[in-house]
Design a protein around this ligand. Structure first.
Ligand SMILES: [Zn+2]
Length: 471
């Protein structure tokens, strides 16, 4: 028998250890592992060169801005940047497109606009806004769920003008509706009144420094929002997911809710592990402006602990680039008026490998869980995605654990040539990215994947993460 692809000399996880093997691929799926491939034929051979090869990494929180805001990013530049960062799949948010996704019609128009651009696979978040809830449009939940979205997103604070935030009672209603379809509801967890009050207060006081943004969007606003979300989850049975959780107190609240048996999960992003607001917002100003904001060094450490003990379930990026000339540093723009958002897909895996695994903060098992397996399970994509099993999609992230390099904000496939992680030295880098048996990124050649190769992956099933909390 002739196989389509052999990924040879792949060092794959076996418990906390690794073994070197060869992975056989047919029809875009894993069909076998062989220690010796003498006499075995394949149309194509991808050499992993003995590097660590893990199930394809998955960023379940991106804003690729397409269609509608393609002066910031589009599905070609976004997925190219992701592939160069070792990602084989992303899951895009419903808010940052024109029209925003709040039903199947908008979802189909978005899928149509991006289908010839993506070089890696993508899943979709469903959407529901305050306006939809007031209008009683409960049907949009079931129709999007039936179409194959993996979760729903609501904002507690204003974000995109076409994607209205929910008030507290509207959020409760959203939880009731979404509980019926069994999918997670991801909340942007910041209490609006608390943020709004402090932003206005600081503006009156004339604060124009970078750190003012982070101090105005205070940690108590995230705490209050997460507590409310947990209450609503308990009351309605909806599966609560805290997106881009920025604080140590958040990790503790989620951990405690899990201990009580509630279906509450969370993600954090590399910048909340690596940067503190005092240093980063003083140095980078609006280029480190995000919501929720960067916190303190103590929060960095407590989120690493959360990743270790399971109160933080997995990693994502909240990749949300803006145009420097018009949206970050336009003439007359200040820390209050600059748009909040930073890129992230190209540096997620490198940071977790370098600062997590290589520095002993994460075991190999945990590294694979937080970058691949856990988000795939959470969003009903496992074991098609997030697994290295017979029958799984042949998605691999191949990592040189020794490669030393420095993050350079100009050297990126993203359209956003700014990054508050600029200048950070790392050890470890994805060197090959394989999506359904196709090499799409090679560290020596750059992007080798084809536009339009990436497929829309519908939710396969409804799954829940059942993690034991280790504290
Ligand atoms: Zn986001």
């Amino acid at each position: 028998m002739k196989f389509d692809v052999i990924v040879k000399n792949a060092r794959i996880p076996k418990g906390e250890d690794t073994i070197v093997t060869n992975i056989l691929v047919a029809d875009e799926k894993i069909v076998g592992f062989l220690p010796n491939i003498e006499g075995i034929e394949a149309t194509e051979v991808i050499d992993a060169e003995g590097h660590l090869t893990i199930p394809g990494c998955f960023d379940s929180h991106t804003h690729f801005m397409d269609p509608g805001f393609t002066h910031r990013e589009n599905f070609l530049t976004g997925t190219s940047s992701a592939a160069a960062g070792g990602l084989t799949m992303i899951m895009d948010m419903p808010c940052c497109s024109k029209p925003s996704v709040r039903g199947v019609e908008e979802l189909e128009s978005k899928l149509n606009a991006i289908k010839d651009k993506a070089i890696i696979d993508y899943a979709m978040w469903g959407g529901v806004t305050g306006e939809d809830i007031r209008a009683g449009k409960k049907n949009i939940i079931k129709e999007q769920a039936d179409y194959g979205v993996c979760a729903f997103k609501v904002y507690m604070t204003p974000s995109v003008p076409t994607y209205e935030r929910v008030t507290d009672p509207e959020m409760l209603e959203a939880f009731r509706w979404i509980a019926e379809v069994g999918l997670p509801v991801g909340i942007h967890a910041e209490n609006f009144a608390m943020c709004d009050y402090h932003v206005k207060k600081f503006q009156l006081e004339g604060r124009m420094d970078g750190p003012a943004w982070a101090e105005a969007r205070l940690v108590e606003a995230e705490q209050a929002a997460i507590e409310l979300g947990i209450n609503f989850s308990e009351a309605t049975g909806a599966r609560l997911h805290i997106v881009h959780m920025s604080s140590g107190i958040g990790a503790k609240l989620v951990g405690a809710a899990k201990k009580r048996g509630l279906h509450v999960t969370s993600e954090t992003c590399p910048h909340y592990l690596m940067l503190n607001y005092q240093d980063a917002m003083t140095e980078h100003g609006a280029f480190a402006k995000i919501a929720p904001p960067l916190r303190t060094k103590k929060d960095n450490e407590e989120l690493w602990e959360g990743l270790q003990n399971g109160s933080v379930d997995f990693m994502a990026t909240d990749h949300a680039p803006y145009e420097i000339e018009t949206e970050k540093a336009a003439e007359g723009m200040n820390i209050w008026t600059a748009f909040p958002g930073i890129p992230g897909v190209e540096t997620l895996v490198p940071i977790l490998v370098s600062e997590g695994y290589n520095k002993g903060r994460l075991t190999l098992t945990r590294l694979v869980e937080v970058l691949s397996t856990s988000p795939a399970k959470q969003y009903g994509l496992y074991p098609k995605k997030g697994a290295m099993l017979i029958g799984s999609d042949a998605d691999f992230t191949i990592i040189d654990l020794e490669k030393e390099w420095t993050i350079d904000q100009k050297k990126t496939y993203s359209m956003a040539k700014y990054n508050p992680l600029h200048g950070i030295q790392l050890k470890g880098k994805p060197v090959k990215t394989v999506v359904r048996g196709k090499l799409v990124y090679d560290d020596k050649e750059g992007i080798v994947g084809k536009e339009g190769y990436g497929q829309f992956i519908r939710r396969q099933s409804i799954q829940k993460l059942d993690k034991t909390i280790k504290f």
